[in-house]
Design a binder for this molecule. Structure first.
Ligand code: ISE
Length: 322
């Protein structure tokens, strides 16, 4: 049986914890930590887990064989580093890093035995609709990609969510998907337009980006994450012989009927299967001593684009090299 420590018991942490509990008796959640004491005590009692005093306490707990991190994004990198220092496998929600300093620190673990200990929560790679889209592209149904059109729409984000989080925590999914779909790196990012800041807010929304891949494929991404109406993720690959689009439905690769406005209400609904599936795959890999998921290298590659994107927000219209 694997002892897992869970750090961060917000919406994401609770979804992952529930998935882990469905894997009993292969898995036992043995230690949990969150800064909100009352909530932690309740969750720990339900799960039969110990309440740890800190993230570090979870990492060092001898009953913890592997760690799952779902705390606020800027706190991820330090915990990942602690796990690597003690040689414990870790599943870290995206993004693994949110600053250049964190990026460089964790890049120091690439090509070391620690690299294979890290899984990243890029769950779109486990979403049936995204998998179907990639399969159709890889089967050469539309020819070589010329450009991609993507959209990331969200009804609301926390009031403190800023422009750097827009890149590091929201668009990061598109950056990862783009690399995964095309099988190549992103070399430059430009912010085409920054929308207005709402009264009392700190976020420019919508935001429109253009990215370029190594081979010259262009990608447009439009983000609108305070739309007040629903969650919607779009992705279309336009190739030399046709185009192929992501379904709005998480369960198949088909286009919804024209006029279909059945948006999911939020990311947890839209990607529920993918969130469950990525954690189950991580556990299966732990049991087999394998790594078939999205690792540290992919996490850092996507974050390199996000960090260049933060720079690009300062001067819309100017491409920034990744
Ligand atoms: C959230 O943190 C996620 O990861 C969702 O997948 C994303 O769509 C949303 O915009 C983020 O805020």
């Amino acid at each position: 049986m694997l002892g897992i420590g869970v750090i961060g018991l917000g919406a994401m942490g609770l979804i992952h914890l529930e998935t882990l509990q469905t894997l009993t008796p292969r898995v036992r959640v043995s230690s949990v930590f969150d800064v909100v004491d009352n909530a932690t005590a309740r969750v720990a009692a339900d799960a039969g887990a110990r309440v740890a005093n800190s993230a570090e306490d979870v990492v060092r707990d001898p009953s913890v064989d592997a760690v799952l991190i779902a705390s606020p994004a800027p706190q991820h990198a330090d915990v990942v580093r602690s796990c690597l220092e003690v040689g414990k496998p870790v599943f870290c929600e995206k993004p693994v890093v949110t600053s250049r300093t964190q990026w460089s620190e964790l890049a120091g673990f690439l090509d070391t035995p620690g690299e294979v200990l890290v899984w990243t929560g890029f769950m779109r790679r486990f979403d049936p609709a995204f998998v179907a889209l990639r399969t159709r592209y890889q089967e050469d149904q539309v020819g070589q990609a010329i450009f991609l059109d993507m959209a990331h729409r969200n009804p609301a984000v926390p009031i403190t969510f800023g422009n750097d989080a827009y890149m590091n925590e929201t668009f990061i999914h598109e950056f990862d998907v783009l690399r995964w779909l095309l099988g190549e790196e992103i070399v430059a990012v430009q912010v085409d337009r920054l929308g207005p800041v709402r009264t009392g807010g700190v976020l420019n929304d919508p935001q429109h980006l253009t990215l370029w891949s190594e081979s010259g494929v262009t990608c447009r991404i439009s983000g609108h994450i305070t739309n007040d109406y629903g969650y919607e993720i779009r992705c279309e690959i336009v190739g030399q012989r046709g185009s192929v689009s992501l379904s709005s439905s998480p369960s198949d690769g088909e286009q919804p009927p024209l006029g279909d406005s059945s948006f999911s209400s939020n990311w947890a609904d839209r990607f529920e299967d993918a969130y469950r599936s990525i954690v189950r795959s991580w556990v299966a890999d732990l049991e087999k001593g394998m790594h078939t998921g999205v690792g540290l290298r992919d996490a850092l590659a996507a974050s390199a684009v996000a960090l260049a994107g933060v720079e690009a927000q300062r001067e819309p219209g100017r491409p920034v090299t990744v």
